[in-house]
Design a protein around this ligand. Structure first.
Ligand SMILES: [Zn+2]
Length: 270
């Protein structure tokens, strides 16, 4: 976690000094300040950890939160992380020019479709605009470089990513914590070749099968356009009507959208 309480006041790990006692905002237990050279400065519970406030949090997740926090504060905007809104804790929270709250959720843990829909609806009820950003690590994927980004022919989206592409009308924005860059993602069907084969049957005839392609249930083709730095994107909102598509439910509210300031992304890095 990036924020703990010092005498009841929210304190950022990046600005905290070793010495005083820091408490978890969730459970109130004492947490330890970690200030290393390689990891993002953060607070951690002492084992055994029974608190769910920062359950399953990874260095990549903290890096993604800090990326947005630093950008939003530099704009400058009122911005915070791990911020309570209603009964939830927003990964990144900010106020727009008109004072309207924005919530950015960085997601790479499994979350069910029902949970992501319900959490989105709860934020909408609090009057917040919402977006969800899956994390990605291109160094761990087999990608084909293109003039405008990358193609991943066999990408296995998590259920929440399938929900999200409907929520965002076929667009997903991925955050790459290792580089601090964003990618605009789009799913297409991944076609599987069913090999052609023939065989002889009793009586002297020949039968055959295959020789066609079919869409994979598991895989999608993921096209990534970019990369973009946050500074190369306008962050705005658009109204979304509620809808149900198949098994997906989408609540009504303001959706955060990222609009590239220039349609041409910066050249892909080696
Ligand atoms: Zn705790």
């Amino acid at each position: 976690m990036l924020v703990a309480l010092l005498n009841g006041a929210r304190t950022f790990a990046a600005l905290a000094q070793k010495g005083p006692t820091y408490d978890c905002p969730g459970c109130g237990q004492v947490v330890t300040l970690k200030k290393g050279l390689k990891v993002i400065h953060h607070f951690a519970h002492k084992p055994p950890v029974t608190c769910t406030w920062a359950k399953g949090e990874t260095a990549a997740h903290m890096a993604a939160k800090k990326l947005f926090l630093d950008h939003l504060r530099a704009l400058p905007r009122v911005a915070d992380v791990e911020f309570p809104i209603g009964t939830q804790r927003a990964d990144v929270y900010a106020l727009g020019k008109n004072g309207a709250p924005y919530v950015f959720e960085m997601q790479h843990q499994p979350i069910t479709e029902q949970d992501i829909a319900r959490r989105t609806q709860d934020y909408f009820k609090q009057g917040a605009a919402v977006t969800w950003l899956p994390l990605i690590d291109l160094s761990k994927l087999t990608t084909k470089k293109t003039a405008t980004g990358h193609i991943i022919e066999r990408y296995s989206p998590k259920p929440f990513e399938k929900w999200l592409q409907g929520f965002n009308f076929k667009e997903l924005w991925y955050v790459e914590p290792s580089t601090g860059l964003l990618w605009q993602g789009k799913f297409d069907k991944a076609m599987l070749e069913v090999a052609y084969s023939e065989w002889h049957v009793s009586g002297g005839g020949t039968e055959s099968a295959g020789g066609y392609s079919r869409p994979s249930k598991r895989w999608r083709k993921l096209t990534l356009t970019g990369p973009f730095t946050l500074a190369q994107l306008n962050i705005t909102t658009t109204r979304r009507q509620s809808s149900s598509v198949g098994t997906h439910f989408y609540p009504q509210g303001n959706r955060i959208v990222f609009v590239p300031k220039s349609p041409v992304p910066s050249p892909p890095k080696e």
